[in-house]
Design a binder for this molecule. Structure first.
Ligand SMILES: *Cc1c(COP(=O)(O)O)cnc(C)c1O
Length: 385
């Protein structure tokens, strides 16, 4: 991917500037946190700048939404109170009773739970398919399929889907392709440019980047879909507050430099783990023998800061590893500046137990932070000793 082909210049220029010019009145270089739930009108219906009530729209949130659209090279962006709120709105915008959706066979546990436990109650059916195999995704589609939902790389198995091929499969069946781009971030991968119809984010992760805010977003070029999403923002109300919007923007400004460091550190840890006798398998799209490596190299700038390992000693060894790291904090979530470690089977993906999406019990997931690589390597070394 060329460095300078983003809307409005290079990626970081866009990330730092899109959506806001210094304030005309005060010169403030940052957008204020507009802590206002309502907006004065000049006569009935006379809104200034389009704002009437902050569930419908808030100036801080509007800047975030413009910024997120720009960094995904998309036309429209909408912010939500969490990644799951964005997922919920997307599903409700696109699906009606009787419709069908295809999801990854290793989808984010919360996405699977929402569809399996909630949307099925409203007459939605789903099938699972591996994102690495577009033919299997095509085979999982039915005449009622309205959405093909993928993550790439997936959480926690780091499988890679070829976005162009998956878009072709979805479109051949008159369905839309949604890409949950949380793991890759728009710095590493821009799905709309590769044929996806919708990009979804948990901005809680890399976009916020500091483990201090929960949020979500939907970005699309489809005007009607955006209007439907905006209707749900206002109609259902799962919107982010202005302080959350501000924190997310503060994170986005440094996304490129953080991602470079996340990738540098992850590559070093992958190299170390690859030769460790306690490790059965390292899952990282940057490895030449990873089944998704070719597609990842085509559609991603680098291979990201997330990796998983399967330990030779099974579940006990996996739990031990998680218990013994000192810098890698045992916690759910990912994408922050600090390194985190977790056992998906018992933590983030516990809701998939007994389903087709169940994850191996010797699996450990690492979110590699931006601390000093030597310290992270030493931590992993001592925890596996
Ligand atoms: C965390 C996550 C979500 C859910 O986002 P929240 O902000 O936690 O609601 C969705 N998809 C992926 C890939 C995630 O990692």
């Amino acid at each position: 991917m060329a460095d300078n082909d983003f809307v409005g210049g290079g990626f970081s220029t866009t990330a730092i500037h899109a959506g806001w010019d210094p304030d005309g009145r005060t010169g403030a270089v940052n957008v204020p946190i507009y802590a206002s739930s309502t907006f004065a009108q000049d006569g009935v219906g006379g809104m200034r700048d389009g704002f009437e009530y902050a569930r419908t729209g808030n100036p801080t949130r509007r800047v975030l939404e413009a910024n997120l659209a720009a960094i995904e090279s998309g036309r429209y962006g909408r912010g939500f109170a969490s990644g799951m709120a964005a997922t919920d709105a997307m599903l409700r915008a696109a699906l009606r009773p009787g419709d069908h959706i295809v999801i990854p066979d290793d989808a984010y546990g919360g996405t699977y739970r929402l569809i399996d436990k909630v949307f099925t109650q409203w007459g939605i059916t789903y099938s699972v398919a591996p994102v690495i195999d577009p033919e299997a995704v095509a085979a999982a589609m039915t005449p009622q399929t309205k959405l093909v939902w993928v993550e790439t790389p997936t959480n926690p198995l780091l499988n890679v889907g070829d976005i162009e091929a998956l878009a072709a499969v979805a479109h051949a069946g008159d369905a839309k392709l949604v890409v949950d781009n949380t793991f890759a971030t728009p710095y590493l991968q821009q799905p709309l440019r590769q044929g996806a119809d919708v990009v979804l984010h948990s901005t809680t992760k890399y976009l916020g980047g500091h483990s201090d805010v929960v949020g979500g977003a939907i970005i699309t070029d489809d005007e009607q879909l955006d209007a439907d999403i905006a209707f749900l923002q206002n109609g259902a109300g799962a919107v982010p507050g202005p302080f959350d919007a501000y924190l997310t923007m503060r994170g986005v400004k440094t996304l490129a430099v953080r991602m470079e460091r996340h990738c540098d550190n992850a590559e070093k840890i992958v190299e170390f783990l690859g030769t460790h006798p306690g490790v059965e398998k390292v899952l990282y799209p940057g490895l030449a023998d990873h089944p998704g490596h070719e597609a990842a190299a085509r559609q991603m700038r680098r291979f990201g800061g997330m990796l998983s390992v399967q330990l030779a000693g099974g579940r006990d060894a996996a739990l031990d590893f998680c218990a013994r790291t000192k810098i890698f904090t045992l916690a759910e979530s990912l994408g922050g500046i600090e390194s985190l470690i977790e056992h998906p089977g018992a933590m983030t993906h516990a809701s998939t137990a007994g389903s087709q999406l169940e994850v191996p019990d010797n699996l450990v997931r690492l979110s590699v932070g931006i601390e000093d690589a030597e310290d992270l390597l030493e931590d992993v070394r001592q925890a596996l000793a």
